[in-house]
Write a protein of this length. Structure first.
Length: 213
């Protein structure tokens, strides 16, 4: 899989290239500064994925134009900002990761985006879902305090770890609980919040004001 690295500084470009070169399935074919128009780079390079790390959240102007479907563009957000993520996704970016992702997260996002999937960091996804939930008015106001009141301190604690993208076994390790106990708490969370997935649970909690991201 051919990847072009586009980043703000030479140091960042070299660091990202080093991460990618450790993955057997990825080949770095070039590196460019982040002030170059992404749309023009997409047209210039024959790559599967463009990894874009802008210097700040105003750099979305460097996209240059709505992006084509291929190659996929994976963005490393300059800061946690759901509004910025929403704007670049609308411009055609395929994946948005939060600042300082792990090498494994970067590699996984590139591989998923190249296969046509949209990738979002868990906290960003939850925030975007919450924003749409609020806009749609899908949670009646009279239900908000009831749902929040039914969550136990332990459930709130686990919810916070879910918002950070931790799997049940990792939450269990952090809290000194069995994985089965954590699964039970998560099931109770889903039932009380009226949701079916982790992202929906986090989004609903943000909507209710019991979780801040």
């Amino acid at each position: 899989m051919r990847v072009l690295v586009v980043a703000a500084s030479a140091v960042v470009r070299a660091g990202l290239a080093a991460v990618l070169e450790r993955a057997e399935t990825l080949i770095v074919v070039g590196m460019e500064p982040a002030d170059a128009a992404v749309a023009s780079l997409v047209a210039t390079y024959d790559v599967d994925v463009l990894l874009w790390a802008p210097a700040d959240d105003r750099a979305e102007a460097a996209l240059g134009a709505p992006l084509p479907a291929t190659p996929a563009v994976v963005a490393l957000a300059p800061r946690r900002d759901a509004a910025w993520a929403e704007r670049v996704l609308a411009a055609g970016v395929r994946a948005v990761l939060e600042p300082d992702p792990s090498p494994e997260e970067i590699t996984a996002a590139i591989e998923a985006a190249a296969r046509g999937l949209v990738v979002l960091a868990p906290a960003l996804a939850a925030t975007l879902l919450a924003r749409r939930d609020i806009a749609a008015g899908s949670v009646p106001r009279h239900d908000q305090s009831d749902a929040a009141a039914r969550l136990t301190p332990r459930e709130l604690e686990i919810l916070g770890w879910l918002a950070q993208g931790l799997a049940n076994k990792h939450v269990a390790s952090r809290l000194g609980l069995s994985e089965h106990t954590v699964k039970t708490h998560v099931a109770h969370l889903f039932e009380k919040l009226g949701v079916g997935t982790r992202a929906e649970a986090v989004a609903r909690a943000v909507r209710l004001g019991v979780l801040a991201l």
